[in-house]
Design a protein around this ligand. Structure first.
Ligand SMILES: Nc1ncnc2c1ncn2[C@@H]1O[C@H](COP(=O)(O)OP(=O)(O)OP(=O)(O)O)[C@@H](O)[C@H]1O
Ligand SMILES: [Mg+2]
Length: 272
């Protein structure tokens, strides 16, 4: 008898002191969606809505030790990765994903919303060669899809072409995010070897989109960790993120955070 998913997600990502993205967004999202979040912190970033002003990478062996400590005791139904920082970390995390054989949601984070690099340029090849093949689901935005494939990604059709390349590199499925593609509709494409599912909605006019990518990937991971089918998990995550953007509390003078906790109060009931 197979054991049902128990909602455990191990998040391997960076800390965002501002609480809008990174590990903080991941923990809030997974918790509010009924899952259990454990973490392996890859870096401590000094960050608010205005940008990233400092970062301390966590030593590689300490990242591995955190992952092993969680996996050898608590276990995980899904591993979600975010900011990894450099090629050595990408390779080590890829090795551990292979050793443990746990399905992985890989968010190939490269640049923060404010423009700060979160992955060394030299690590992009390692990500394409080592990590992409380990992804049950890869969630690139348009610039990340371009960097990983070497293709220009400026339209929804480009997303589709890049997806084919990423599947050929070994990803099990790809969610190509269209947030960076201009237009009054935002189109995300979920592409698997079995076909394509389109997730489309009106672009919400707001500057409060800090951490949308982390939040979306963690929401999907939380669903998969409860054994929800992929399309259902993505659809639910999409709805969760859209409402979290709509109810953003308006904190900070830059790219403000979402309202991760909206399901606790219900739609339409903001902070304060
Ligand atoms: N203004 C918006 N209105 C509606 N949906 C949005 C908006 N911005 C982003 N999204 C959605 O949020 C999710 C994240 O997309 P996006 O392309 O912004 O990811 P990202 O660049 O990785 O984000 P981040 O900068 O947080 O890492 C997608 O599902 C996208 O459709
Ligand atoms: Mg992102």
């Amino acid at each position: 008898m197979t054991r049902p998913g128990q909602g455990r997600v191990l998040v391997v990502a960076g800390s965002d002191s501002g609480g809008g993205a990174g590990i903080q967004a991941d923990i809030k999202t997974i918790t509010v969606l009924g899952g259990y979040a454990a973490t392996a912190v890859t870096a401590v970033t000094v960050q608010n809505t205005l940008g990233v002003s400092g970062a301390l990478p966590v030593p590689l062996d300490l990242i591995e030790a955190q992952m092993r400590a969680v996996l050898d005791d608590i276990g995980a139904d899904v591993i979600k990765t975010g900011m990894l920082g450099d090629a050595a970390t990408v390779a080590r995390v890829a090795d551990l994903l292979q050793i443990y054989g746990i399905p992985a949601v890989i968010d190939p984070v490269m640049v923060a919303k404010g423009g700060h690099a979160l992955l060394a340029g030299s690590a992009v090849a390692a990500m394409a060669e080592r990590l992409v093949p380990r992804a049950a689901l890869l969630t690139p935005n348009a610039p990340e899809a371009a960097a990983l494939t070497g293709l220009a990604v400026e339209t929804t059709d480009d997303l589709r072409r890049a997806a084919d390349t990423l599947l050929a590199l070994g990803a099990g499925a790809v969610l190509m995010k269209g947030g960076h593609i201009p237009g009054d509709r935002v189109v995300d494409l979920l592409i698997t070897p079995a076909g394509e599912t389109r997730f489309e909605g009106a672009r919400i006019e707001t500057r409060h989109t800090h951490g949308t990518g982390c939040t979306l990937a963690s929401a999907i991971a939380a669903g998969l960790a409860r054994d929800r089918p992929l399309i259902e998990a993505v659809a639910a995550a999409h709805g969760y993120v859209a409402q979290a953007i709509r109810q953003a509390p308006g904190f900070g003078a830059g790219h403000g955070p979402l309202d991760h906790g909206w399901p606790l109060r219900g739609p339409g009931h903001g902070h304060g």
